[in-house]
Write a protein that binds this ligand. Structure first.
Ligand SMILES: *Cc1c(COP(=O)(O)O)cnc(C)c1O
Length: 377
């Protein structure tokens, strides 16, 4: 079945008693045992499982065409659990422009625990191969990357990982399974911040791991969650499953809007650079076109001048909201370096745009008036 159909039906079952079409929210933390000690409802305690979470996990596995999924309380909690399933002394390879939250996890939390990590330019498979050591267990790709929209060739990374005897994990938050399916391109695990496009309305914090196989790694990560407790609440699972029903249509519309806006911005003389893989001039355009069905709703721009000029432009928009995060119906603009803080690798003149579901003419009109206003004052 196509992804639009799976987004509506996977994990949605009519409840036998009430015949609810939209599922109920199960708030109970504990579930009754039968006289023989078994759990006929399939659940015992909410840290282990809950009906809303099981439904969401079934849906997430179906969307990514994996064998099993685990839903977490945030994207970072999902990444953390996967890294914790490794052992002290193990080594992971990440892109030098990996999501800054992932880099902080590795440096501040997992480094002191004994996990080693190397940062490489993932656009270059040879550089990744050179970074492999006998202890390498995971190659962690993120494509398109945040916030420079660099493109990693997932098939090439899968080949490097296979040769190294390591797993390929892919942060698929920005592309979503509507546009890119890493498990089909050779990845072993997909990570999501479901906070973004999947839940899609900027009202849920959530994360997920989807596994190609229901294997020992899956069992280990599941055990880490059972004891560690980084689970999403029933209401958050319900909201996410509700949001997912429309996500393929939302993402496609956001992608179309972003393409038009990227083309508009690349014609402006006060914009130094537009980073969007849908532009033929983007260095990763060819690879993106081979592994994505469309180029996504995120783009970033570098404003001529420096931080003051970038701030001036961000201050002049009316329809875009100045805020971090992405993937909601409303368009957002943010000065990335000041969000990321002291360790940022983002250029000082960079603004990141999450393109929403407003009409593209209104969004372009807003940017047009902001560019004029910023140039004039
Ligand atoms: C937001 C984000 C994360 C972290 O997810 P949270 O839900 O905020 O914990 C990880 N990777 C990418 C690419 C993101 O955009």
């Amino acid at each position: 079945m196509k992804i639009e159909t799976r987004a509506v039906h996977a994990g949605h079952e009519i409840e036998p008693g009430t015949r609810d079409v939209t599922p109920a929210i199960h708030l109970s933390t504990t579930f009754e045992r039968a006289e023989d000690g078994t759990f006929p409802g399939g659940h015992s305690y909410a840290r282990q499982s809950n009906p809303n979470r099981v439904a969401l996990e079934e849906c997430l596995a179906s969307l990514e065409e994996g064998a099993a999924a685990i839903a977490f309380s945030s994207g970072n909690a999902a990444s953390m659990a996967l890294f914790q399933a490794l052992s002290p002394g193990d080594h992971v390879i990440v892109a030098e422009d990996v999501f800054y939250g992932t880099a902080l996890l590795l440096k501040d939390q997992l480094g002191p625990w004994g996990l080693k990590s190397s940062y490489v330019d993932m656009r270059d498979p040879v550089a990744v191969e050179r970074a492999v050591t006998p202890a390498t267990k995971v190659i962690w790709a993120e494509t398109p990357s945040n916030p420079l929209l660099t493109i990693t060739d997932i098939r090439a990374m899968a080949a490097v990982a296979k040769k190294a005897g390591a797993l390929l994990a892919c942060d698929n938050t920005w592309a979503t399974p509507a546009l890119q399916c890493p498990l089909k391109l050779g990845a072993d695990v997909v990570m999501h911040s479901v906070t973004k496009y999947l839940s899609g309305h900027s009202d849920v914090l959530g994360g997920a791991l989807v596994f190609k196989e229901r294997n020992a790694l899956y069992e280990k990560v599941r055990a880490i969650q059972h004891t560690g407790g980084s689970v999403p609440s029933p209401f958050e699972c319900w909201l996410t499953l509700r949001g997912i029903q429309t996500f393929p249509y939302r993402v496609r519309a956001q992608s179309e809007n972003a393409q038009r806006i990227a083309e508009f911005l690349s014609r402006q003389k006060t914009i130094e650079a537009v980073h969007y893989p849908g532009l033929p001039s983007h260095p990763g355009h060819r690879i993106a076109a081979a592994q994505m069905s469309s180029f996504g709703g995120m783009l970033s721009i570098q404003v001529k001048g420096g931080q003051p000029e970038a701030f001036k432009l961000a201050a002049a928009v009316k329809l875009f909201t100045r805020a971090t995060s992405l993937g909601g119906p409303h368009s957002l603009i943010e000065h990335r370096a000041s969000v990321e803080g002291a360790t940022t690798r983002s250029p000082a003149n960079l603004l990141r745009l999450s393109i929403g579901l407003e009409h593209v003419d209104d969004l372009i009109g807003d940017l047009e008036q902001a560019l004029e206003k910023a140039a004039g004052c």
